[in-house]
Design a protein around this ligand. Structure first.
Ligand code: SF4
Length: 483
């Protein structure tokens, strides 16, 4: 059976051909991560008929049959153009003018969407729809849910017809390039470029930089991407080459020098002692995982609001006492906030000092919960007010280990402090290694088979637990450092 390139594949290809090739060769499937949003987009125009075929070729044939039969509202249309199948949510033909609607779970319009609109235009045109209008539906950030969702209220409509028209040939030609890429057995030789970091760091970044000296320009802290890329293009990649680079700040050069000299951790004992003495018992270590559903799951919520679905909590009641662990993970429901909030209040001892790593996020989550559940507002606000930030000693350089490579993220700090402890290694986790993967896994949990859901839950629990266990261990090291 022929493998067609879909809209998602085309979009990934626009970001980077190498990313597209790696995904295709690794059989990464582009599942619809928000079927609820797709269903609402398809309901933007009421009535009509829906294409039901699953196979892309059959889906395209069914679409053409409906058009031939004079249907004017067709849901889930698809149009094949060469080796690409351009999918959309609705085809609406009114007074002979075809309008194609497509949607995406994104907060902002991106350039890649215009190229995708160009592809849809070219595909619709080649399948007999003359001068189609191409409209994109994106959830409005300001939409606030009140009861059932009206798609007309939820979506902002962007008319991309002009962009699609001007990009249609380019998009078509690029789709042919992707077809050739797909057929090739050689990984495309793409250098590191801006899209490796846009919209986030590409999952293949380590793979694509494996041939560079380590550490390298991409590890220099607080240096903007454009400058990094410029230096990379100039061949200034290794720390040796960057050691005296004038565009770097003194702090960045210090990071490089300390790393090259393999210097011991630098500790500002006075400041670190002050930080440690601001903590008290019972001492809790808290970490949330959350997701941002494009369709607000409850009244009063907006698209992409943070919905916490999991926490891990380590507790030490008294100095020298045992470390206990509590955790919560929702079953996959779209709005588990109430159960999570009540469990949190009962799990955290009254008056406890709560350590988070980068407390801004944990404080915001607890504040939102307090605002939403008025009967437990007081204990939640007390928890929020008692949150302290374990990132501070690293952010303020009270403790700096060159192995952190200028970063104060827990994912840099923990392995630098415990380089040989497999129990504290994020690399040894299976499947879920960061918050984005956790969010994505949770969003699919309700649709998985029981066996697969069980496996995902195990990975989520282990990942979140490592964050708080890591904090316990980091605190131990900081205390040792001031002895
Ligand atoms: S890291 Fe960059 S070059 Fe490599 S696959 Fe990702 S986007 Fe492409």
């Amino acid at each position: 059976m022929k493998t067609y390139i879909t809209n998602e594949g085309f979009r990934e290809g626009c970001r980077c051909r190498r990313l597209f090739w790696l995904n295709m060769k690794n059989h990464i499937s582009y599942a619809d991560h928000c079927p609820q949003l797709t269903a609402l987009a398809q309901d933007y125009i009421k009535g009509g008929v829906a294409v039901t075929a699953r196979d892309l070729k059959e889906r395209s044939e069914e679409t053409l049959r409906f058009i031939k039969n004079g249907e004017t509202v067709i849901k889930r249309p698809a149009f094949i153009i060469g080796g690409v199948c351009a999918e959309a949510d609705i085809l609406h033909i009114k007074n002979g003018i075809p309008t194609v609607y497509f949607s995406y779970a994104a907060m902002h319009m991106r350039r890649a969407f215009c190229r995708e609109a160009g592809l849809i235009y070219a595909a619709a045109e080649i399948n007999g729809l003359n001068t189609p209008r191409i409209l994109m539906l994106l959830p409005k950030k300001e939409f606030e849910r009140r009861g059932n969702i009206d798609p007309r209220q939820l979506f902002a409509v962007y008319d991309l017809t002009a962009e699609a028209f001007s990009l249609r040939e380019k998009s078509y030609i690029f789709s042919r390039v992707l077809e050739d890429t797909l057929e090739s057995s050689c990984e495309p030789d793409e250098p590191i470029h801006k899209n490796c970091f846009n919209p986030d760091t590409c999952k293949y970044f380590e793979h694509c930089t494996a041939h560079l000296p380590h550490p390298n320009i991409f590890k220099v802290a607080r240096l903007n991407i454009n400058t990094k890329l410029q230096l990379y293009k100039e061949g200034k990649v290794s720390y040796e080459q960057l050691r005296n680079e004038p565009v770097l700040t003194e702090n960045q050069r210090k990071q490089i020098r300390m790393s090259m000299d393999k210097a011991a951790p630098a500790v500002k004992k006075k400041e670190l002692r002050e930080f440690l003495s601001s903590l008290w018992y019972p001492l809790c270590f808290l970490d949330f995982e959350s997701w941002q559903p494009p369709v607000p799951p409850a009244d009063g919520m907006h698209p992409f609001s943070q919905v916490p679905f999991q926490y891990s909590l380590h507790i030490i009641e008294n100095e020298g006492g045992p470390v206990m662990h509590r955790e919560y993970l929702a079953r996959g429901e779209s709005d588990p906030r109430e159960e999570l909030a009540r469990r949190l209040v009962s799990d955290i001892p009254e008056g406890a000092c709560v350590l988070a790593y980068n407390k801004q996020f944990e404080s915001m989550v607890v504040s939102d919960l307090a605002h939403t559940f008025s009967d437990i507002r007081a204990p939640l606000e007390a928890i929020r007010d008692n949150i302290r930030d374990l990132m501070v000693p690293f952010q303020k350089k009270y403790y700096y280990d060159p192995k952190m490579e200028g970063s104060f993220s827990i994912k840099a700090v923990l392995p630098a402090m415990y380089p040989n402890d497999p129990e504290l290694s994020y690399d040894n986790l299976s499947e879920i290694h960061n918050g984005s993967q956790a969010m994505l896994s949770y969003s699919t949990l309700a649709d998985e088979t029981p066996e697969r859901a069980c496996e995902i839950r195990r990975c989520l629990l282990r990942y979140c637990e490592l964050d708080t266990l890591g904090m316990v261990k980091i605190l131990e090291k900081l205390r040792e450092a001031v002895k």
